[in-house]
Design a protein around this ligand. Structure first.
Ligand code: SF4
Length: 330
């Protein structure tokens, strides 16, 4: 009898303890979940117990400019060694693949021992002069959209405008735009970095092709306030429509999924812009390979729906590997 009473009391205590620890576990599970709708679930975060639903963007992989640059260079490499002045694209996986085909990256024309390939970002005029001076043959894979921006920069400078380029002054494309616009030009991402001291009477603004329209608009409106500071203003829209479309789709993915995975290299300007844009509407992470898809990655662990998009220099096979890795987590 005594045994039975003791046993029953112990059983009640164990049950209570089990109940408490279950509640604690549930609370802690609910607390760490990033998404409010998961926290309100009585069973804790549902996402951890479900397969991930992957929603892919419709426009992914190489943009037409990058695709053209890679195909042209690969074709040329079949008959001669090719040297790219800087990386052909801002993606290390692609650069390694090209290297395996005998396409080498050089940072100076002194190291180029054969045909030189100019990347889709273009090159400053002095590079063409140097190529000619050294008697080096070259293939020019400058993207037609970048070329149009270069022509616009020269035209505006010839018309007597002070040319402001909204973009990263260290980026190859921006350097090429500045070189074409000449000494009366400046590039930067803030108004204070491009317009100091006396304001130019004639001002023209254009942008790096891969910037996003909302940031260019904000920059232009800041420069032009108050409008009466200027006598003559020209604004040239030099944005790439392919990048703009990806950005619009990325916003809709960020608004409709728990997490957006952007497949791209950390050096890729447009991939970083996509992450920034998505983070304004939801959660996003840049992933350069499938190895970065980690089961313990908290944001991914708790996401039910995962959007996948990519920068313009990410190959399809890399995107497929990332999608597979996410789906395998479920
Ligand atoms: S992102 Fe646009 S501008 Fe840049 S290479 Fe691709 S198509 Fe050309």
């Amino acid at each position: 009898m005594l045994w039975s009473v003791t046993f029953e009391a112990q059983f009640r205590i164990d049950k209570q303890r089990a109940g408490i620890s279950q509640r604690e576990k549930q609370q802690s599970t609910n607390n760490w979940c990033l998404y409010p709708r998961h926290r309100s679930s009585p069973k804790g975060c549902r996402a951890e117990r479900m397969a991930k639903f992957v929603k892919k963007a419709t426009e992914l992989g190489f943009c037409p400019g990058v695709k053209r640059a890679i195909e042209t260079t690969k074709q040329a490499a079949q008959s001669a060694p090719v040297f790219t002045l800087g990386k052909l694209v801002h993606n290390d996986a692609v650069v390694r693949e090209l290297e395996s085909m005998g396409i080498k990256v050089v940072h100076s024309l002194d190291d180029a021992l054969g045909l030189v390939a100019i990347s889709a970002h273009g090159a400053p005029p002095r590079v063409y002069d140097e190529l000619q001076h050294k008697g080096l043959k070259f293939i020019d894979t400058t993207c037609p959209i970048v070329r149009k921006a270069q022509q616009k920069a020269s035209q505006l400078a010839n018309e007597g405008y002070f040319v402001v380029v909204y973009g990263d002054p260290d980026h190859t494309e921006v350097k090429g735009l500045l070189d074409r616009a000449g000494p009366n030009s400046k590039a930067g991402l803030s108004v204070s970095s491009v317009l100091r001291g006396r304001l130019p009477k004639r001002l023209a603004i254009l942008s790096q092709t891969t910037r996003l329209s909302h940031e260019v608009q904000a920059f232009v409106s800041e420069v032009l306030t108050p409008l009466e500071k200027f006598q003559d203003i020209k604004i040239a829209v030099t944005l790439c429509q392919h990048v703009a479309r990806r950005a619009r789709e990325a916003v809709s993915l960020a608004s409709s999924t728990d997490l957006v995975v952007v497949v791209g290299d950390p050096q890729s300007s447009n991939s970083n812009r996509l992450v920034e844009r998505c983070n304004q509407f939801g959660h996003a992470k840049l992933v350069s390979s499938a190895h970065m898809i980690d089961r313990e990655w908290q944001e991914l662990k708790v996401a039910e729906t995962v959007g996948v998009t990519s920068g313009t220099s990410s190959p399809d096979w890399l995107i497929d590997e990332v999608v597979d890795a996410i789906e395998r987590l479920g």
